[in-house]
Design a protein around this ligand. Structure first.
Ligand SMILES: Cc1cc2nc3c(=O)[nH]c(=O)nc-3n(C[C@H](O)[C@H](O)[C@H](O)COP(=O)(O)O)c2cc1C
Length: 149
């Protein structure tokens, strides 16, 4: 398997609701499990930042599908990097909302207290997501080990 990590930023469409995001997460979990993809999705007000890890060909085609989804727009690829090991291997897709409580963390991994994923370098996006992932989904409480590559 040619394992890769892909990170992108996007803007939620004005009419995208909380229920829409619940549906997104449900279909992402089902599809990603079938596709051997693991990852993490963070949302803050208007913005989304998502990481996908898995086989290069599959990650590319899932990204192309996600890019056509009208529930968000202005997708910007922050990186697609070959990796030897997954960092986000515990969840097919976990979802976390970023809010004011995370402002110190956002500041630590970016330049401002306001979450704007378009301003993040790939390195900062990865470190922010890793920390949120660890806080949100500690290894000991994980319900599934995901598929490691
Ligand atoms: C922000 C966002 C993230 C998404 N992430 C995923 C994902 O990780 N995997 C996935 O299969 N679909 C994801 N989707 C949904 C896809 O765009 C698409 O609706 C879904 O894969 C279609 O699934 P279905 O063919 O089972 O109906 C995402 C959509 C949005 C708006």
């Amino acid at each position: 398997m040619n394992l890769v990590r892909l990170i992108y930023a996007s803007t939620l469409s004005d009419d995208t609701t909380f229920d829409d995001m619940q549906n997104v997460t449900a279909s992402a979990r089902k599809n990603n499990k079938q596709n051997g993809i693991t990852g993490f999705l963070t949302i803050s007000h208007a913005y989304a930042l998502q990481i996908l890890e898995g086989d290069r060909g599959i990650v590319s085609s899932v990204y192309n599908k996600i890019a056509k989804d009208t529930r968000h727009r202005n997708l910007t690829l922050l990186c697609m990097t070959p990796i030897t090991q997954r960092k986000f291997d515990r969840w097919e897709m976990e979802y976390c909302e970023i809010n004011d409580r995370h402002s110190d963390l956002i500041f630590m991994h970016g330049s401002s207290r306001h979450f704007n994923p378009y301003n993040l370098s790939a390195e900062n996006a990865l470190s922010l997501l890793s920390e949120l992932h660890d806080q949100f989904a500690p290894a000991t409480t994980s319900p599934s080990a995901g598929t490691t590559g």
